[in-house]
Structure formats: structure tokens, C-alpha cells
Ligand binder design. Structure first.
Ligand code: PRE
Length: 359
């Protein structure tokens, strides 16, 4: 054993850090026991608040740890304490290194218990049944639009949106062989669509084959001669695939937004958005009347989608988003008002707005 004198001087600081980690877990356990539960979104918000204050206060005094590193250390601490004190896993569309996995890591942290499942439907099943405490699913891409599977399940109203992740998506064409030998390109339909122009220019004769996820395609490309995959850099690294084409997305600013799914209702953070789903009668003016309600309550819509209601003719769901939390007076009034003017109004969630993360 090393004598106290021969110890590295940082060891006593590390000992204090470990003691603080234990203390943090003790406090979280007490919180859980007394139901004074703070949600994960609230934890993320408070880390961001702390780091940006520190940024201003300590920029000159402590130039060695950049704010991004401070944030990432605190997030890791928080997710490790969360795992130690809260049972529960979070489902994502797998396998490992799918973009959904990267989004889950960005949101829940590296230490979280994450469960890969084979489809977006399976993510919803796991959360709805309570097998998982939460999950994550792609909702919209800046090139390709909404993700139909996610909307279909959200419209059933069995789980809420409790957070979001905006992930910059950079696709790689990955294979074991040279570009000349590629006969098939496999990926999730959304990823193929985001690279359509690149594929038409560089691999015009290759067959485009859809599969369950980009990471599933990467796994296949390892064993199938002539098969390339469109997937993340992380998936390529894991499987030892060669990058045949780097950053092949047609739109340089390719971003996918992921919805964090769960059953809790996050408290307001002061920087929130609300996602609402509603249906109106199939009559002239009903949609215009509903939209007028947002104008009347001065809610600035940031997103509008309409999609057919399964099993009906000419009946549509409308999904809108706007800044603000369901507990804000103007938002609460607008929701009540909308309920009187629509067949059905359902708050999919009020949650903290996300900053963009890199994949
Ligand atoms: O296949 C994956 O890796 C996913 O996580 C799914 C998904 C999607 O369906 O939008 C997520 C991000 C990218 O836009 C491409 C694919």
C-alpha cells in the first residue's frame, strides 16, 4: 500500500469527489423515498443553468475546463447517480450506434441503462407497457420531414413527449469492399432519402434496399459481399467498416429531432415548448377557427403537421408546436379554448427545448 505521503496530490481531491458522489446518491434516494422526485429534464436544465452561470463567473479564473467539458462531466455524474438510485431502462431503436442510440446517449448520458429494440413500434410498446421508464424515437428530419411510425403511435396518446434531442446527422457510406464492387446499399428509408442525390451521382446502378435501422444495415455490410450501408461513423468504427463516402447527406444542415417518451409531465423550466394534437370536424372553416385560437392567445406556432387518421376518409390529425409550457396561463387558456372548438385535443407534452447536438 502506498503511504499517505507518496500519494498523488490529486488523490485526496478524488476521494472528496467520490464522497460527494455518494452524498449525491444519498440525497437522490431520500428524494425518491419522499416522492419529492425531480425529473431528468429538470436535472438537465439545472446543469445547463449552473454551467452557464459558471461560464460567466469563472471564465477568466478557470480557463482549463471548457464549459462543454463541465457540462459533460456533470451530466455523467447525474446519469451515474440516476442509474445507482433509480431502477429503469430507456428504449431506443437499435442496434448499438444507430442515430437513436446516439440521441439517447446525448440525452440520458453515457451511464444510463439503455435498451436496444428492433423497431420504433417496439420503443412505444416498451414505454406503454411500463417495461421501460422511457424511450426515444425520431420524430422529424430537416430533409425528409416527419417520421410516420412515430406519429402513428404518438396519435394514440398513450405516452407523452417529455423532452427532445436535436441531432446533427452525418451519414457515412460504409462497406468492406471498394466502391466499384458495391451492388447494394442498405439503410433505413429515411437515411436513404437523405442521401438520394449523392447516391444517384456516385452509385447510380446500386440497388437501394430498406431495412429496420442504419445500424442494422452496418451489421449486415460486414458479412455480405458487395453490400454497403448508410450509417453513423460510430457504427462504422464498431464493425471495422471502411468509409467509402464521408458525410454523404444531401443537405449539409441535416438534423433529426427525437422525441423523448415517458409518462411524467416535466415541470416548467422557462425555456419550454408544447406539442399538441387535435382533430376538427370535416367542415369548412373548422381548421381556420382552431388556428385563430393560437393567434388570439398570441402563441407563435413553430411547427404544423397534418396526417391522415387511420381507418377514416378525409379525416386528419393536426400536430402543432409553440414555445411555452402547458402551465403558462396563455397556453393553459388556449388549450381550454381549443378543446371547445375541436373534436379532440390532446397535449402530447410540454418539455424543455433542446439545443443542437453533434452525432
Ligand atoms: O436508423 C437509425 O439509425 C435511426 O435512429 C432512425 C433514423 C430515422 O428514422 O430518422 C434516425 C435518424 C436519421 O434521420 C436516420 C434514421
Amino acid at each position: 500500500m502506498s503511504s499517505p505521503e507518496s500519494r498523488n496530490p490529486t488523490e485526496s481531491i478524488d476521494t472528496q469527489i467520490l464522497e460527494l458522489l455518494r452524498e449525491r446518491c444519498r440525497v437522490m434516494t431520500q428524494q425518491a423515498a419522499s416522492n419529492a422526485e425531480s425529473d431528468w429534464a429538470g436535472t438537465l436544465a439545472s446543469i445547463d443553468r449552473l454551467v452557464s452561470q459558471k461560464e460567466a463567473d469563472e471564465a477568466a479564473a478557470n480557463p482549463t475546463i471548457c464549459p462543454e467539458d463541465q457540462r459533460s462531466v456533470l451530466r455523467h455524474v447525474a446519469s451515474a447517480c440516476w442509474r445507482a438510485t433509480r431502477p429503469g431502462t430507456f428504449a431506443f431503436l437499435g442496434p448499438t450506434d444507430s442515430y437513436s442510440h446516439l440521441a439517447a446517449l446525448a440525452y440520458f448520458g453515457e451511464a444510463a441503462n439503455l435498451l436496444p429494440v428492433p423497431s420504433i413500434g417496439a420503443v412505444f410498446d416498451a414505454v406503454e407497457r411500463g417495461d421501460c421508464a422511457g424511450g426515444i424515437a425520431p420524430i422529424e428530419n430537416s430533409t425528409d420531414g416527419r417520421v410516420v411510425d412515430t406519429f402513428g403511435r404518438l396519435s394514440k396518446g398513450k405516452v407523452s413527449i417529455t423532452g427532445e434531442v436535436q441531432l446533427a446527422i452525418h451519414h457515412q457510406l460504409l462497406a468492406m469492399c471498394d466502391r466499384d464492387a458495391i451492388t447494394e446499399v442498405h439503410s433505413k428509408p429515411q437515411a436513404i432519402s437523405q442521401c438520394r442525390a449523392w447516391l444517384a451521382n456516385h452509385l447510380p446502378t446500386a440497388k437501394l434496399i430498406e431495412c429496420s435501422s442504419t445500424a442494422a444495415a452496418a451489421k449486415l455490410a460486414v458479412t455480405q459481399p458487395g453490400v454497403a450501408a448508410i450509417a453513423s461513423e460510430a457504427a462504422g468504427r464498431r464493425h471495422g467498416l471502411r468509409v467509402i463516402g464521408a458525410n454523404i447527406e444531401d443537405n449539409r444542415d441535416n438534423i433529426t429531432r427525437f422525441a423523448v417518451l415517458g409518462h411524467n409531465q416535466p415541470t416548467a423550466t422557462g425555456n419550454d415548448k408544447t406539442t399538441l394534437l387535435f382533430q376538427v370536424a370535416h367542415q369548412p372553416g373548422t381548421l381556420a377557427d382552431a388556428m385563430g385560437i393560437f393567434k388570439q392567445h398570441e402563441l407563435n406556432l413553430t411547427w404544423i403537421e397534418s396526417f391522415p387518421q387511420p381507418g377514416t376518409k378525409n379525416e386528419y390529425f393536426f400536430v402543432v408546436e409553440f414555445p411555452g409550457h402547458r402551465e403558462d396561463p396563455a397556453v393553459a387558456k388556449a388549450i381550454e379554448h381549443l378543446k371547445t372548438a375541436t373534436h379532440h385535443t390532446h397535449v402530447l407534452g410540454s418539455y424543455r427545448r433542446a439545443a443542437r447536438a453533434e452525432s
